[in-house]
Design a protein around this ligand. Structure first.
Ligand SMILES: Nc1ncnc2c1ncn2[C@@H]1O[C@H](COP(=O)(O)OP(=O)(O)OP(=O)(O)O)[C@@H](O)[C@H]1O
Ligand SMILES: N[C@@H](CCO)C(=O)O
Length: 293
């Protein structure tokens, strides 16, 4: 059986709105079963998510080649939907990988990046999903390029996943249409320094700068009230590095393992409505294993 395994991703890291993203060790898997007359998708997401050719994974595969033969797909996932962990990008990348594999028997990651970025509308989730690690990606859909930024392998993501969804469209609608010169210049200066901190392996500067976004977090904080509660609480424990993951509502704090554990114990005591996970960073992007029946 052919299995496509695709990681979750956490976009923005504060300052890198629509251009920075990090792959995390939660996975969507798509196992390709027998050929069928109609597409059948066995998945765990409930009745709101289609189980036929209208399923996002199948629809995306059919964009590669509308003539590919229907198969039975079995989908499993520990990536929660609409929580800011890139579920839609993981599904798009799985669909494109499936489409190329069924149509051509091979997959080109660079080609997939351009296609997935154009479909998603911004490249920050799809890029780490395809290549793994921390990726800085440009917005030119005719020539999408992604660069891996070094990040301490030892870091883990303290992750708080609230018990309510927040659709990306809704969280984008909360943002201003335009920004002033002061905001633009400060954001550019800070993002440049965040990239330098990554290359210099300066974790203290990196964690400090992650919290300096002016473009989206100030407007989205009201949609995900746990975000500022957790950031403030982390500061009381001497920890920086906390940001709103993607469009929210998930909150991520990048920490050394001992500090992540400390934050986990402290946040557990707050009894917030949601789930805490300590996640490793995923370094290799999506994987394809096995073969077609
Ligand atoms: N495996 C999947 N199969 C089918 N549809 C999916 C799958 N994963 C995500 N989706 C669709 O994508 C929607 C979520 O997309 P949305 O962009 O709002 O959030 P997200 O990708 O989880 O978070 P973010 O983009 O902020 O990181 C789901 O409600 C569902 O319609
Ligand atoms: N950069 C995107 C990520 C969510 O898909 C946003 O913040 O809206």
């Amino acid at each position: 059986m052919l299995t496509i395994t695709v990681p979750a991703s956490s976009a923005n890291l504060g300052l890198g709105f629509d251009c920075l993203g990090l792959a995390l060790d939660l996975n969507l898997t798509v196992t390709v079963g027998q050929k069928t007359t109609q597409w059948e998708v066995i998945h765990p997401f409930g009745v709101d998510i289609p189980a036929d050719r209208h399923n996002l994974i199948v629809k995306t595969a059919l964009l590669v080649d509308p003539e590919i033969q229907p198969h039975q797909l079995t989908v499993t996932s520990d990536i929660p939907l609409a929580r800011g962990l890139g579920s839609s990008s993981s599904a798009l990348v799985a669909g494109l990988a499936l489409g190329h594999f069924l149509a051509e028997g091979k997959i080109n990651r660079q080609q997939l990046l351009g296609e997935a970025a154009a479909l998603e509308g911004h490249p920050d989730n799809v890029s780490p999903t395809i290549f793994g690690g921390l990726q800085l990606t440009n917005e030119d859909f005719h020539d999408v390029k992604s660069t891996r930024l070094p990040l301490d392998d030892d870091l883990i993501a303290f992750t708080f996943i609230p018990n309510y969804p927040l659709k990306t469209d809704e969280a984008r609608a909360a943002l201003p249409a335009e920004y002033g010169r002061k905001t633009a210049t400060l954001q550019a200066e800070r993002l440049a320094n965040l990239v330098v901190a990554a290359f210099q392996n300066d974790l203290t500067a990196f964690q400090h700068l992650v919290e300096k976004d002016l473009v989206h977090e100030p407007y989205r904080a009201k949609l995900a009230p746990e975000f500022l509660t957790i950031r403030k609480f982390a500061h009381e424990h001497g920890l920086a590095g906390t940001y709103l993951s993607g469009a929210g509502p998930t909150v991520v704090s990048l920490q050394k393992p001992a500090d992540a554990k400390r934050l986990e114990s402290a946040v557990q005591a707050l009894n917030l409505d949601g789930e805490i996970k300590l996640l490793s960073l995923q370094q290799s992007g999506f994987q394809v294993s096995g073969h077609l029946n």
